[in-house]
Design a protein around this ligand. Sequence first.
Ligand SMILES: *Cc1c(COP(=O)(O)O)cnc(C)c1O
Length: 317
Amino acid sequence: MIQSPLQELRDPEVTRYGLRVWVKRDDLLHPVISGNKWRKLKYNLMLARRHRFDTLLTFGGAYSNHLHAVAAVGRVCGFNTIGVVRGASAATDESPTLSDARSYGMKLFFIERDAYRRKDTPEILAALRERFGRFYLLPEGGANTLALTGCGELAQEIIEQTVQTPDAVICACGTGATLAGLAANLPAETEALGVAVLKGGDSLEDAVARLLSEAAVAARSRWRVLTDYDGGGYAKCSDDLLDFVSRFRARNDIPIEPVYTGKMFFALYDLARQGRFAPGSTIVAVHTGGLQGLRGMVGKLKSRGDFAWVHDYPTGS
Ligand SMILES: *Cc1c(COP(=O)(O)O)cnc(C)c1O
């Protein structure tokens, strides 16, 4: 696997604070499989193949980047895929994410929210096995022990690609698996910062700690979850955030979206402004991908000419 590029961010809005900022372009790892989702899947796929599974089953909502990535990876690597989707089927206005997943060959299976909440219980899993036979189970968001191994490679690439060990690495946090993988593999002098994008980010610290202990690894670097930037929850975005995303893309020619990477860069710029990083610090911001999810927001973005490019976003299908 080739490494994703590390690109310097030369935006005076953040460099004026005496910082050197690099963007780890995991969004460029693959044209369809979203950045950190590929990192989290890699070792799971190797294990699934080794144990001769021919089917992957996973869970997600109608705009889930993880579901999209599993469908795409199944097509590329030759696995059948089953997506268990939260909420009732709405075939008339299916999300672009689900349409893509279907076109990649994923079988979609809709379950009610209540059953979805219980998806990790033995009863629901037994019912799924009864229905679909033998499958390799990927948890929601791909957050398991092997995901940490894959995200550890992200940390190693960052260390190899930077001349000076970074003072901080920052990423967006959903399940916390990416942050856990970074924390376990970055050196002690680097701080790993995760920006919570979901409401209730307070439980993320526990989630990260649990993932680390399940993987039986200790954090090498100091790590922390930042909960001030969720913007009100998943896929919630203020005009301020949209303005920021639009301005960021125009100034840096790097596409980002408001659900994950927009909040992460917004947080980084805000922390820089507050003087959170000493002048002379080197920071790596991980671009975790996720651009396909933007298509779920076209309704919201319709009135904004500065987001017209969203309509041309390639699906790769
Ligand atoms: C899924 C996702 C995340 C969250 O990663 P976790 O490992 O679940 O914390 C971050 N950014 C993007 C673009 C994602 O799609």
